[in-house]
Structures are given as C-alpha cells and as structure tokens.
Write a protein that binds this ligand. Structure first.
Ligand SMILES: *[C@@H]1O[C@H](CO)[C@@H](O)[C@H](O)[C@H]1NC(C)=O
Ligand SMILES: *[C@@H]1O[C@H](CO)[C@@H](O)[C@H](O)[C@H]1NC(C)=O
Ligand SMILES: *[C@@H]1O[C@H](CO)[C@@H](O)[C@H](O)[C@H]1NC(C)=O
Ligand SMILES: *[C@@H]1O[C@H](CO)[C@@H](O)[C@H](O)[C@H]1NC(C)=O
Ligand SMILES: *[C@@H]1O[C@H](CO)[C@@H](O)[C@H](O)[C@H]1NC(C)=O
Length: 779
C-alpha cells in the first residue's frame, strides 16, 4: 500500500508553524461551526441532531445505519465510498480519513494520522517479523493493546483516525520479498495466531462488548499478494497463478482466522490478480468467501488505489466506470483514495451499478464507524475519552518495546564459551558495522516517530567501554574501510559486528534479487574476524534471511544472532542478550535459503509444492526439502531443555457410518468433516498430547515447544507442519508439563488437490525436537 507517501521525517520541526495555522483555523472554524463540525452527533453544538436516530446511542447499529443512509442523497453517499470521506455538514458529520496505519506502533504512513508537539512520538515496537520470532501469542496481543491505547489517545486530540490498516498477514513465501519484514513469517499456523492475537489487542474493548471496537484493525493484503517489484514483475500487474490446494492450505488460512476467530473489522484486497482476476473485483473472493463464508462483520477496503490500477495498469476494464462498478458489485465497500468517488456517479448513470449496491457498501462502512463510537458524540466523553498525550510513550509501553525485541532475537550460532559476555571478562568492546549505530533502520517500514531511540552502540556502551567504526559508511558497503575496522577489532577484548540491510535494500516496492549480504559486507566481516583477538559476534539486522554460510563456517565468528528490525529500543535489547541479562528464546519464523535457491526459483512462481518434472524445489519448511542456511524454528539459548512425552495416543480408531464407502473399499483418506470426526476418543473430537519440559542447563531460560506432524504421504502433503507451539519460562532444573489439544480432523488433516480437507489414514509422525511419536489413524 501507499505508493506516494513513503517517508516523512522531522515533521515535528514544522509544528510551530502548524500551531499558528491551527490557531487561525480555529478562529475560522468557530465562525463556521455548522459547516465544519469537529465530531459527529454533537448534540450540544447542534441541537437539531437531538432525537435523530443515527445519533441515538441506545438504538441498534443496524437501525442507526438505515436511518443515516436514508437521509443521504446519492451524491453524498458516493462521498463515503473513498478513504477521504467528505462528511455532510447539514447532518453534522465531519470529514473522516479512513487511512491510518499501526503495523508495529502508530505510524504516519496513512493520511489519517499525524504527530505534533502535543504527541511528538509513539512507541515503536519491533518490525513484525521479529515479534513473530518470539512465538509468544500473549506478546502479540499485549503489543496490539498498547498500540490501540496510544491510537485512541491520539484520536482524542485529533491526531489519528479510528480505522487502522494493519496487520499484514500475507505468507512470507519467498525470501526475496521486500515486505516479508511486515509479516509474521512463512507458516500459516503462526500467521493465523499472530493475526488473531494482534487484532484482538487492537480491537477489543476492556468491557469485552463485541458491539464496540477500541480501534478497527484490517487484515491485508487479500490474497496471494507477495511480489512487490522483482525483475520485471510488478505488484500492480502481477497475475498470481495459484492452485486450489495452495490457496486453501497456505494463502487463505491467516485471513480466515483473522475474520472468523479474530473478528476483524476489515479486510483489504490486494493489487495483484489471482488467476486472471483482480482480487478487488472478484465476487467469489469478496462477497463469496469473506462476507459469505467467513461472515465478516465490517468493511472490505481496496489497496491504494487498486481500483484505479485495474483500469489504468491492468487494462482489466475498458473504462474507469466499469472498474468502479465491478469492484462494488464484487463486494468492495471502500476505495483507498478517490478513484471510486470520482467515477461512481457516471457508473450509476451508465447503468453499470445501482444505488442499492452503493447503499450496501456505505452501510458496512457506517456500521464500523458506529461500533467505533464515531456517531456517539464527543470522543472525550466516551469509554476511552480520558486517554490523551500522557498515555503515549509511557515508561511501561517503552519497556514492552524493549521486551518484545529481546523476546524475538534469535541466536543462530554460539561456540562454547562465547556468549553471554561477562562484563568482568570483556572490558572493552569494538562495535563495528554500518548498522552499529543506526536509528531509523531499527524501525523498518510503516513507522511513525518513536518515543526515543537506543542504537546498538548506545545499548552496548551502557555496560562496557565501547569503541566504534562503521566499517562501511552505509549498508550498501561499496567501499569498506577494512584497515580501520580491523585495527579497532584487534584493540578490543571482543567484537560485535552489526550488519544487514535497511529500507534501501528490502522494502515495499523493492524485492531483493540475491541472498548475500549487500556490497562488500562479507569482506568486512571476514577481515574484522581475522584481526580480532577475542570472540566475534555477528549481528544481522534485516527483515529477510541471508546466505551467511561463510560466517557459519568461520571459527573466528563465535556467535551469530538475527535481530530483525528491532524497534526503538533495539540497542537495549541487543545488549540485554549479549550480556546475558536476557536468555535468548527467539526462533526463526522463516527459512534462510542458500544463494543457489534464488538462482533457480523464479519469484513469480506461486507453487508451494516441489515439481519433480522440472526440478522446482518447493517453498518454506513445509515443502522445501533442500539445503538451508538456517531452518524454520531454529534458535539457540544459553541453557538446555529436555523433552519427555508423557501422553499421546498411539492409535485412533474412527467409527464410520453403515453406508460409508470406505467400509467396503480401501481408502487412504477420509473427508475431514462428518460424524467420524466426532466421538474420536471417549465422546470427544480432540485428544491431548502432553510433554514434560525440563531446564537441564545452568541458568533460567525461556523455551518454545514446537509440535510438528508429518502426515502420511498422500495428496502432496507437507513434509511436516506446525500443529502448535507453547512458550514456557523455567528456572534451573525446573520442569513443566505442556499440553496440546489436538482436534483430529481440524489439526491433522491436509488439503487435497481440489482444496478440500482430508484426513489421511495410517501413521502420522508427531515431532517435538528430536522426540518422535507415531500415531496410527485407522478405521
Ligand atoms: C510472553 O509475553 C508476555 C507479554 O509480554 C510476557 O508477560 C510473558 O512472560 C511472555 N512469556 C514467556 C514465556 O516469556
Ligand atoms: C495531517 O496532516 C495533513 C497535512 O499535513 C492534513 O491534511 C491532515 O488533515 C492531518 N490529519 C490529521 C488527522 O490531523
Ligand atoms: C495496458 O494498455 C497499455 C496501453 O495500451 C499498454 O501499454 C500496457 O502494456 C497494457 N498493460 C497490460 C498489463 O496489458
Ligand atoms: C550514534 O548515533 C547517535 C544517534 O544518531 C548519535 O547521537 C551519536 O553521535 C552516534 N555516535 C557515534 C560515535 O557516532
Ligand atoms: C540506508 O542505506 C542506504 C544505502 O546504503 C543509505 O544511503 C541510507 O542513508 C540508509 N538509510 C538509513 C535510514 O539509514
């Protein structure tokens, strides 16, 4: 999203002049109170609104919406189809900008949000890919809750909207994708859990009333959108060719969970086409699936400005009016930007779409605003009315940003005796690299103004005396200063190298073409390691993974850690891990592929499964069996954990109906729906898998227990897939019992070639680390 306003910096600088302007505006507004209301349904300021049903907070949302729509002219209605809604002054409705963003903190990427001297910054959490690496569902929700509190606080002082177009739950299918950083990674189970938890954190009110939203979230970009700009393939014109099987078991699950389990208030359709149709004009994908099957309670919004794109870039329609009509008829409710608003009247006149379709769209939009309290009068008198600037960037919120970063950081290599550093032994540290003292790089994309920054150098220097050389002036690393960097390394007890990327290497609208570290970074790392006299820690700050085989195999590089884009407090979190104040527990949410992978796999091939006929290797840990640099779920800790299985069935026998065809003929799988899915074990459809986890190392630690299953090889089933994960903190020698509840047909089924879920009969292999258990499903 967002092709025009990528970066806005130092906006607070202009706040003095803005204030002056505002003052003038206020005087102007006073004299025009009626023509430009500050908030809707201001009954005190506009007594004619008393008794008007759409302002009546006691009435049902549906009734209020019908009343409001009934009062509008067609022209006024069309004004509510675009993200910059005009408002209707005769009804006391102010303009509203639908576009706000809160991917990992309140951001100013959307035009509905600004910072000012009143709220100069908001808490900037790690970029999502790092938060996902924590595999901590409570953390996902806790971050969402803080972000929505800060968002409401900003809304109350007129600096933010109520509708936030976050999170991004597309599958990180290809390692080159520039927006992989925004997502929870490559696994549908993790992505689904992230979506549900973050959406709940944003949306749920403290009272838990489902008719009220704290702020409205939006799951995007629906669907199969994960190519931005790679070689000659561009997101505006890309036609994703997706088979039914991949659609049902990879691309759709996070969206389905987001709507069905997360009750999200919005879904955004993407730019790309899926199988020849723009997603925003596909009635099956929108009305059929999102609203029909999943029962979205909310609005469907287009990416900015994908309705325009389907006409101007894709030539999908002959006229603008046709694009507007097709998307509305497919189930689109709101267009980011103004294209629909511009052409809807002509589309109606031409008979391409009728007023009824427009009523339906704006009703969905209004219903969302009603649930947000937009039509409930003064926001300061509502449930979150007391929130204000004092609630943004609080000490607790900033501490959560630091904790989120350290919960996510992934330790990938640690030779015996390297990390954690003891400040008693390591008295001087050489901190080297183009990302060693960066600020903005740490917050990735879709950022706002953070509360404050602590760079890696600053974080480390709080604990030990640290010297610094960038080594390369920037991440592109065209001309490294090898001599100075090596000399610095030789002079210190230990070295921390902070390498990786920034938004000029991987970002929205820019995919990578290779997996090697940018420019001459590898040479810098190698020379520094060679010169170092003590341990060398390589820190990779990036969204995507890298082929760092050279570092993995270099004995002088004693430790490697990946820190994503760690957010405003990144430097503190990195220091917490390096000095052992926090025992690392993050795990990779995506596979790190070797360079050879991207040389043979076109990014535009959407197939998840390998194809023997042409050597296509497949994608993600679920289907790719080739060599990896680091694998999904890899991650080390400073202690050790031991698993022991204490309960899991060996056999599950299914009872089939008298007339079930598999009673008379041999079957390898059954439909994952039907009476045989119930009454599996003692009248229930689920069973428990229980494990004992013990901390057998010498310090407290946190551990994620991953339960994978390998189904029988049928229907192109995955090599393995994640059934569940559970995070636990254990003191030295402490143990805990972890319970997974497995729903037989829901969790152990696979998707067949035509997109239907099937339960394979035979041996399913459950894995937890090196522990394996065979479960036989039979009839
Ligand atoms: C998960 O995150 C929550 C919220 O930050 C935190 O309180 C909890 O300790 C974390 N869980 C583990 C096992 O670290
Ligand atoms: C943010 O600033 C822009 C221009 O600087 C302005 O058009 C917009 O109305 C402002 N939005 C809010 C929510 O203050
Ligand atoms: C759309 O039409 C224009 C003008 O005829 C052409 O340049 C462009 O290549 C077409 N785009 C696609 C995706 O077919
Ligand atoms: C590190 O970055 C901070 C923040 O930009 C800056 O104030 C400081 O001078 C930098 N330190 C060095 C040694 O360059
Ligand atoms: C990102 O890297 C580029 C190229 O190395 C550099 O020009 C730019 O200043 C960097 N941006 C930030 C925000 O550090």
């Amino acid at each position: 999203m967002g092709y025009s306003r990528q970066i806005r910096r130092n906006r607070a600088l202009s706040s003095v002049s803005t204030l002056l302007l505002c003052f003038l505006c206020c005087i102007f507004e006073k004299s025009n109170a009626l023509s430009s209301p500050v908030f809707a349904c201001d009954i005190t300021g506009n007594p004619s609104l008393a008794g008007v049903r759409f302002c009546n907070t006691e009435a049902k949302v549906e009734a209020r919406v019908i009343d409001l729509v009934g009062r509008l002219t067609l022209e006024e209605k069309i004004g509510f189809l675009g993200s910059k809604a005009n408002g209707v002054s005769r009804l006391g409705i102010p303009p509203y900008n639908w576009w706000s963003e809160a991917l990992h903190g309140v951001s100013y990427t959307g035009r509905g949000t600004n910072f000012s001297s009143q709220v100069p910054g908001a808490t900037s959490f790690p970029q999502v890919i790092l938060t996902a690496a924590s595999f901590n569902v409570s953390l996902f929700q806790a971050i969402g809750k803080v972000v929505s509190t800060e968002a409401r606080a900003m809304h109350n002082v007129g600096l933010a909207g109520l509708t936030f177009w976050s999170p991004n739950v597309n599958i990180f299918r290809d390692p080159r994708w520039g927006r992989g950083q925004e997502t929870p990674g490559e696994d549908p189970t993790l992505s689904s859990k992230y979506a549900v938890a973050y959406v709940k954190g944003l949306q749920e009110t403290d009272g838990g009333d489902p008719n009220h939203l704290k702020v409205a979230a939006c799951c995007k970009h629906y669907t199969a959108y994960d190519v931005d700009n790679w070689k000659d393939v561009h997101r505006f014109t890309f036609n994703a060719v997706v088979n039914k099987q991949d659609m049902a078991d990879t691309f759709q699950p996070p969206f389905k969970s987001c709507v069905v389990d997360g009750n999200v208030a919005s879904v955004m359709c993407s730019y790309n086409q899926v199988n020849g149709k723009p997603t925003c004009a596909d009635p099956d994908l929108l009305s059929g699936v999102i609203r029909g099957k999943w029962k979205l309670n909310g609005y469907i919004v287009s990416d900015c400005d994908s309705v325009d794109v389907m006409y101007t870039r894709q030539n999908y329609t002959k006229t603008p009016e046709e694009a507007v009509a097709k998307s509305l008829l497919a189930g689109l409710d709101l267009n980011c930007d103004h294209f629909t608003g511009q052409h809807a009247m002509e589309a109606v006149k031409a008979g391409l779409v009728n007023e009824r379709a427009i009523n339906k769209a704006i009703s969905n939009n209004f219903a969302t605003l009603m649930r947000l309290g937009f039509f409930d009068g003064d926001p300061k008198k509502q449930l979150y009315g007391s929130l204000g600037p004092k609630d943004v960037c609080t000490a607790d919120n900033q501490e959560l940003a630091r904790d989120a970063a350290r919960q996510g950081i992934v330790l990938l290599k640690n030779s015996a005796g390297s990390l954690p550093f003891s400040p008693a032994a390591i008295k001087t540290l050489a901190v080297i690299g183009p990302n060693a003292n960066v600020t903005e790089t740490m917050i990735g994309n879709y950022f706002g103004v953070p509360c404050k920054y602590t760079t890696p150098l600053q974080g480390l220097a709080e604990t030990v005396t640290s010297t610094y050389q960038p080594g390369c002036s920037e991440v592109a690393c065209v001309e490294p200063d090898l001599g100075s960097a090596a000399a610095l390394a030789a002079s210190a007890d230990a070295v921390v190298l902070v390498m990786g990327t920034n938004q000029t290497i991987e970002r929205e609208n820019l995919d990578r073409v290779d997996m090697n570290l940018p420019g001459k970074q590898q040479e810098l790392v190698t020379q520094v390691a060679k010169a170092a006299k003590g341990p060398v820690v390589l820190v990779i700050m990036s969204g995507g993974g890298f082929d760092i085989t050279f570092a993995k195999n270099n004995k002088k590089i004693t430790s490697i850690m990946w820190v994503g884009f760690p957010g405003e407090a990144g430097g503190l979190a990195i220091a917490d891990v390096i000095f052992g104040r926090h025992n690392p527990s993050g795990n990779l949410p995506m596979t790190w592929y070797p360079q050879s992978y991207v040389e043979k796999v076109p990014m535009s091939n959407m197939n998840m499964r390998p194809d023997k006929s042409n050597g296509y290797p497949g994608r993600t840990y679920r289907f790719y069996a080739g060599e990896t640099v680091y694998a999904f779920a890899d991650g080390l800790t400073y202690t050790r954990f031991d698993h022991q299985l204490i309960k899991a069935p060996r056999v599950v026998s299914l009872r089939l109906n008298e007339n079930h065809p598999c009673r008379s003929s041999e079957c390898r799988s059954l439909d994952a729906i039907g009476p045989h899915c119930k009454n599996v074990v003692k009248g229930r459809s689920d069973f428990d898998v229980q494990l004992k986890v013990r901390n057998v190392g010498d310090r407290e630690g946190i551990h994620t227990v991953f339960l994978f299953t390998t189904p029988p090889a049928i229907h192109g089933s995955p090599i393995k897939h994640l059934l569940g994960f559970e995070k636990v903190r254990l003191g030295k020698s402490e143990e805990a019992v972890i319970k997974f509840k497995i729903d037989l047909c829901k969790d152990l089924s696979v998707v067949d070639e035509i997109g239907k879920r099937k339960l394979a009969l035979g041996h399913h292999l459950l894995h937890v680390g090196s522990l394996k258990h065979s479960l036989n499903i039979r009839i």
